[in-house]
Design a protein around this ligand. Structure first.
Ligand SMILES: N[C@@H](CCC(=O)N[C@@H](CS)C(=O)NCC(=O)O)C(=O)O
Length: 205
């Protein structure tokens, strides 16, 4: 069972992972718009009051990257390369999105900034600033590698993080001028049936 919200990029990552592995799941929507993530029922699943949470193999898991690493290890997904240095690079790209851009652009963070500044900071400007800055750095991190994905011969952890981040960038009206290669990789990935099956438009709206 996947506890998720259709527009949540962290949830989108896990949907991509499950789809890539051909694991079917039952969906239990947690409506962030209504604040259901902070209700007792969901806090019992995830004390952080965040989505996603995944019930699988008799365990309840939280934190999308921990969930993806669990799936990778238990299902032999091959989302991390074999060589330690390549693995570290793949993780660095994934973390640049999941640990730098997304937390700052979480709706709760932007809402606090807007309220605390008395409206001087608008959520939209906040999102655009940090997405643009973070994705420009991600583009530089991709470097000169001209492979079809974020490294390696097949989509990996970083690719699973990239597609939801690009969705989010488009949602906030950020043009991909500062990250053309990332956008190109994302467009390639989005055409994969497993990535398409996880798209937010298929799960809500
Ligand atoms: N690091 C966490 C981030 C989870 C997260 O921030 N989820 C967001 C949606 S993408 C959320 O539940 N926000 C609701 C809130 O902040 O109240 C993960 O990767 O699972």
């Amino acid at each position: 069972v996947l506890y998720d919200y259709w527009r949540s990029s962290s949830s989108y990552r896990v949907r991509i992972g499950l789809s890539l592995l051909g694991i079917s799941w039952e969906r239990a929507a947690v409506d962030l718009f209504k604040g259901e993530q902070k209700a007792a029922a969901h806090l019992a699943r995830n004390p952080q009051g965040l989505v996603p949470a995944l019930e699988i193999d008799g365990v309840l898991l939280t934190q999308s990257l921990a969930i993806l690493e669990y799936l990778n290890e238990t299902r032999g997904a091959g989302w991390l390369p074999g060589a330690p240095a390549d693995r570290a690079r793949q993780r660095a790209l994934a973390y640049a999105i999941a640990m730098e851009i997304q937390p700052v652009c979480n709706s709760g963070t932007a809402k606090f900034a807007e309220e605390a500044s008395g409206g001087a900071i608008r959520a939209e400007a906040w999102m655009r600033h940090f997405i643009c800055q973070g994705m420009a750095a991600f583009e530089q991190m991709l470097g000169l590698d001209s492979g079809p994905y974020c490294g390696g011969e097949k989509p990996g952890l970083a690719d699973i993080c990239l597609v939801p981040q690009l969705y989010n960038a488009a949602r906030w009206g950020v043009a991909p001028d500062a990250f053309p290669r990332a956008a190109q990789i994302g467009a390639r990935l989005a055409a994969f049936p497993a990535f398409a099956a996880a798209h937010p438009d298929r799960w809500g709206g």
